[in-house]
Design a protein around this ligand. Structure first.
Ligand code: ZN
Length: 319
């Protein structure tokens, strides 16, 4: 290092949570100009207790900023939430793009009406809400415990929006000629969604003792997707149900969601090599990618059922 001289200065700062190291680096260039840069990334041992969630992620943390500006500035450098932010932010923008330009993005049939656009856009808006809430949460979770808690609620709300919009839009085409089935299963989905929203937002249900019930409620919400499939199999038989809701894509969607949830729960692969997957390739990042892939499988199923309903002359909906 002949042209620049780097001086590290460590200062211990007493905080509520204990001692935190605040490092500054003085860089003296050959021109004699000294620039002071604040250290941006911290290790597991240096961040406040409330920020600690996954002990296998050892470094790359943006420590509590208490500043929205600093949180948004973190979008422009690499840290251990960067991949989580962008894996949902960029697909979220694409989802919004389809809503804004649905006239070009969605194939038009003679029988296509505004309800078709509304139903398909409903799915895209649900996906957009989920992906944006998630990326916002990951961007702001380094602000403070209060903002992180609020962001976490938004993250849950986003999941509810995605599930409800996915289910209702597909049920509309799957049961396009069966009004009672459509309203029964859509109503059930909305009811479950409302319960999950309350469970996510109300402080009382967010407490530790309600944790198991809350998890059970979300699992039940996910499993309720099986009910219209079973009803379809009984009413229409295997082959017709496969066509009506494009079952193979829905099964694939389920596999991606479940794989993502298992990785999320087991914290694989970082549990095998703590510190190796801090920035790239940890379980939460893979989970994020699998959520997007699963949503794309759902989209494929939705567009195929839409095309099937209109191309086979069943385009005049019974409602
Ligand atoms: Zn996430």
């Amino acid at each position: 290092m002949d042209e620049t001289e780097v001086t590290q200065r460590s200062k211990s700062v007493a905080t509520k949570e204990g001692l935190m190291t605040e490092d500054t680096t003085l860089i003296s260039t050959s021109t004699g100009i000294k620039t002071k840069t604040k250290r941006r990334l911290y290790t597991w041992d240096e961040i406040p207790e409330w920020q600690r969630d996954n002990e296998h992620i050892r470094s790359g943390y943006v420590s509590e900023t208490k500043s929205l500006k600093e949180c948004f500035c973190s979008l422009f450098y690499l840290h251990n939430e960067s991949v989580n932010i962008y894996t949902h932010f960029l697909p979220g923008l694409c989802f919004l793009g389809v809503v804004l330009f649905d006239n070009y993005a969605i194939k038009k049939y003679d029988t296509t009406t505004w309800i078709d656009y509304a139903m398909i856009d409903f799915f895209f808006l649900g996906g957009f809400t989920c992906l944006m809430m998630s990326s916002l949460f990951h961007c702001l979770k380094c602000h403070s415990i209060e903002v992180a808690t609020f962001g976490n609620k938004l993250d849950y709300l986003g999941i509810v929006a995605l599930v409800v919009s996915s289910m209702v839009s597909l049920l509309y085409y799957g049961f396009h000629d069966n009004k009672p089935y459509f309203f029964t299963f859509s109503g059930l989905t909305v009811l479950f969604g409302a319960c999950c929203t309350v469970a996510s937002l109300k402080e009382r249900f967010r407490s530790r003792e309600w944790r198991a019930y809350r998890a059970a409620l979300f699992v039940a919400f996910g499993l309720s997707a099986l009910l219209p499939v079973i009803a379809g199999l009984i009413r229409y038989g295997f082959e017709e149900t496969c066509a009506r809701i494009q079952l193979k894509w829905i099964v694939l969607e389920g596999i991606f969601y479940i794989t993502g949830a298992v990785l999320y729960g087991t914290r694989f692969p970082e549990c095998l090599s703590p510190g190796i997957f801090d920035i790239w390739g940890n379980s939460h990042q893979i989970f994020h990618v699998l959520v997007v892939v699963a949503a794309l499988c759902h989209l494929k199923a939705l567009l195929r059922t839409y095309e099937l309903v209109h191309s086979t002359g069943l385009g005049t909906h019974s409602f």
